[in-house]
Design a protein around this ligand. Structure first.
Ligand SMILES: *Cc1c(COP(=O)(O)O)cnc(C)c1O
Length: 374
C-alpha cells in the first residue's frame, strides 16, 4: 500500500546496486581518491564528450572553476539572486563579489537586461543557473557574455541530463558545473563535476582539489602518492572519494530510468495544473527537472503549504533570494531586486523524485486543485 500521508519533496534513490558498489570499495579498503574516481570520470567524459574533473560537492566545483579562471578578490560575478546559497558562497569563497540579478518570470533564469545594467569594469564572469533543469535562453546568455568579454560558468546543478536545442547540457559552452548531492538528478552521496574543453581549467582543478599538490591526480590513479612534490597555488581538500564515485557510477547507469520518471511526473503536473496556477515555461521532453514549482498568490503561499503538509505532502521554497541574506545584503543597491522578492513570496515546490508513483502525483494535484479553487 502506498502511504499517501507521507509524500516527500525529494529523496535519494538508492538500490541494491549502489549498496553492493559501496561494499566493494569498503572491502577493498581503499576509500580515498583512486580507481573508482578515475573510472567515474571516464564514464562522465564519454557521457558529455568533454573533459571532466570530479570533486566533493557542487559548491566546490563552482569555487574551483572560478578560481581556475583567475577570478578572485576585486572581481564581480553576475548571478541571479534566486538560487541556492551555494552559488553565492562559491563566488564569495574566491574573494570575488556576487552581484545579484533579477530573473525572467517564465523560466526563473537570469534577466540579461538587469545583468547589463549591473556590468562594471570589475565584472569578470556570469553564472547562469539552470533553474529547475531548464536553461532559459542560453544562446542569448552566451552572446551577451561574448560581447562583454565575460567567462561563463554554468551552474547546472538542477539539470543533469537536460538538453538545449538538441545538445546535452555540459557538452558545449565554456565551463559547466553540476552537483551530485543526495537529492539531485543523480547522486554520488555528495559530489560535483566540472566539465569543459578548456584543458587549463581541468589541469588546474586536478591539482587544486588535492591541496594544490602538482600531478597528485596522476599518481593516485596509478595507485601511488606524491611524496616529493611542489605546490604553486592555493589548493583545497575537495577531491572525490572512491566511495562516492562507486555510487555515482551506478547512478549514471540508472539515469535513463530516473530521467523517465522525473519527466513523466513533471508532464503530469504540467498537464493538469497549467492554466490554474502559474508554471514555468518548460519542455519536459528536453529538460530533466530537479524540482517542480508552482507560483501562487503571495498572501496564500504559507497557508497552502501548511494545508498540503496536513495532507501528508511535503513542499519546499526554492529559494530565498540571496540579497536578502545578511552576508550578501550589502553588496549592492537591492532596490533593483523587487521582482525576485515577489517571486519568492509566490513559490511552492511540489514533490518530485523517481520513487513517486503516478497515483501519488495525482493525489498532490488533487490537493493543489482543491486549494486554489476554494
Ligand atoms: C545543489 C546546488 C548547488 C551546490 O551543490 P552541492 O553539491 O550541494 O554543494 C549549487 N547550485 C544549485 C542551484 C544547487 O541546487
Amino acid at each position: 500500500m502506498e502511504d499517501l500521508r507521507n509524500i516527500r519533496l525529494s529523496k535519494s534513490v538508492i538500490g541494491p546496486e549502489e549498496i553492493a558498489a559501496v561494499s566493494g570499495v569498503l572491502s577493498r579498503e581503499y576509500l580515498g581518491m583512486g580507481h573508482e574516481v578515475q573510472l567515474f570520470e571516464e564514464h562522465l567524459k564519454e557521457y558529455f564528450g568533454r573533459n571532466v574533473c570530479c570533486v566533493n560537492t557542487g559548491t566546490a566545483a563552482l569555487q574551483l572553476a572560478l578560481q581556475a579562471l583567475g577570478i578572485g578578490p576585486g572581481d564581480e560575478v553576475l548571478v541571479q539572486s534566486l538560487t541556492y546559497v551555494a552559488t553565492f558562497q562559491a563566488i564569495s569563497a574566491t574573494g570575488a563579489i556576487p552581484i545579484a540579478c533579477e530573473v525572467m518570470s517564465e523560466t526563473l533564469t537570469i534577466d540579461l537586461d538587469d545583468a547589463k545594467s549591473k556590468l562594471t569594469s570589475k565584472t569578470k564572469a556570469l553564472i547562469p543557473v539552470h533553474y529547475s533543469g531548464g536553461v532559459g535562453n542560453l544562446d542569448n546568455i552566451y552572446k551577451f557574455c561574448r560581447s562583454h568579454n565575460l567567462r561563463v560558468i554554468e551552474d547546472a546543478s538542477h539539470s543533469f541530463g537536460s538538453f538545449y536545442k538538441g545538445k546535452r547540457i555540459g557538452s558545449f559552452g565554456d565551463v559547466c558545473c553540476i552537483s551530485l548531492d543526495g537529492i539531485k538528478n543523480i547522486t554520488s552521496g555528495e559530489g560535483g563535476i566540472v566539465i569543459t574543453n578548456d584543458n587549463e581549467v581541468i589541469e588546474n582543478i586536478s591539482d587544486t582539489r588535492l591541496l594544490g599538490v602538482q600531478k597528485d591526480t596522476l599518481n593516485r590513479y596509478m595507485g601511488q602518492r606524491s611524496w616529493d612534490f611542489d605546490v604553486a597555488s592555493q589548493g583545497w581538500r575537495y577531491h572525490m572519494s572512491n566511495i562516492m564515485a562507486a555510487i555515482g557510477i551506478v547512478q549514471l547507469q540508472r539515469f535513463e530510468q530516473f530521467k523517465f520518471k522525473r519527466q513523466l511526473y513533471a508532464k503530469q503536473y504540467q498537464r493538469r495544473l497549467s492554466g490554474i496556477v502559474d508554471l514555468l515555461n518548460c519542455d519536459y521532453s528536453q529538460v530533466v527537472p530537479h524540482i517542480f514549482i508552482i507560483l501562487v498568490k503571495p498572501q496564500k503561499r504559507d497557508a497552502y503549504r501548511k494545508e498540503l503538509q496536513e495532507k501528508g505532502i511535503q513542499t519546499g521554497i526554492h529559494y530565498k533570494p540571496n540579497h536578502l541574506l545578511t552576508y550578501y545584503s550589502g553588496n549592492q543597491d537591492n532596490s533593483t531586486l523587487k521582482k525576485s522578492e515577489l517571486l519568492f513570496d509566490r513559490l511552492i515546490s511540489l514533490p518530485l523524485h523517481p520513487d513517486l508513483s503516478t497515483s501519488e502525483v495525482d493525489y498532490v494535484i488533487e490537493n493543489v486543485l482543491s486549494l486554489v479553487k476554494s
